[in-house]
Ligand binder design. Sequence first.
Ligand SMILES: [Zn+2]
Ligand SMILES: [Zn+2]
Length: 256
Amino acid sequence: MVDSHCHLDNDQFDADREAVIERALAAGVEHMVAIGTGNGPPDLEAGIRLADRYQSFYATVGVHPHDAAKANPETFKVLADLLAHPKVIALGEIGLDYHYDFSPREIQRGAFIEQMAIAREAAKPIVIHTREAWDDTLALIREHWTPTGLGGIMHCFSGGAVEARQALDCGFYLSFGGIVTFPKALELQEVARTAPEDRILLETDAPYLAPVPKRGKRNEPAYILETARKLAGLRGETVQSIAATTTANFRRLLLS
Ligand SMILES: [Zn+2]
Ligand SMILES: [Zn+2]
């Protein structure tokens, strides 16, 4: 399996990062994508540090919508350079978060558009974070990204059938995380049951959003097995089949 989205740079892993990675490998997680947003600019290398150190990691670089107000023209220049690192496979997570509004919305939109231009220039896919901002996110993607044909990932997808259709039509893969295992996530489970086989991915978003039965605890990549089990149950497939499908999808989108 591949954990297409985790934050193992987080200080919650400072005491036992090596053990966490060992458990992931032992659980059958062959690769992890270290999302590089970290604590925000000026540090843009949180993911790259992990990818440089551990063979099993790939990385992204990007400015999270939370940190959009910390970015300046120099940030975006450095970001464009870092995209050329051999283990950096995508730009993200980028997008809009109107739930927390840690950065003013206009500034979030500006940083999002700027980063789509950088990714387009480098011909790398993007990883989208969107919360309570679906319509604006989709409108900006349609205008600035879909025409590139480069595709991307809707990280921790948690919408319904309509949103899923819109994301797929824009060329995106749907990445399922711990939320799909929550008993009340019936609409999302229906999406996970019916999503096209060639557009599904797995992720943990560790340390956040641990799947049932670890819900409420610190999440880690090894727990991706619980999400894979849930998807297998919903789709009437084996865990092995889900693992093979999602890994093949990951390779097609991000490594080819
Ligand atoms: Zn996110
Ligand atoms: Zn994340």
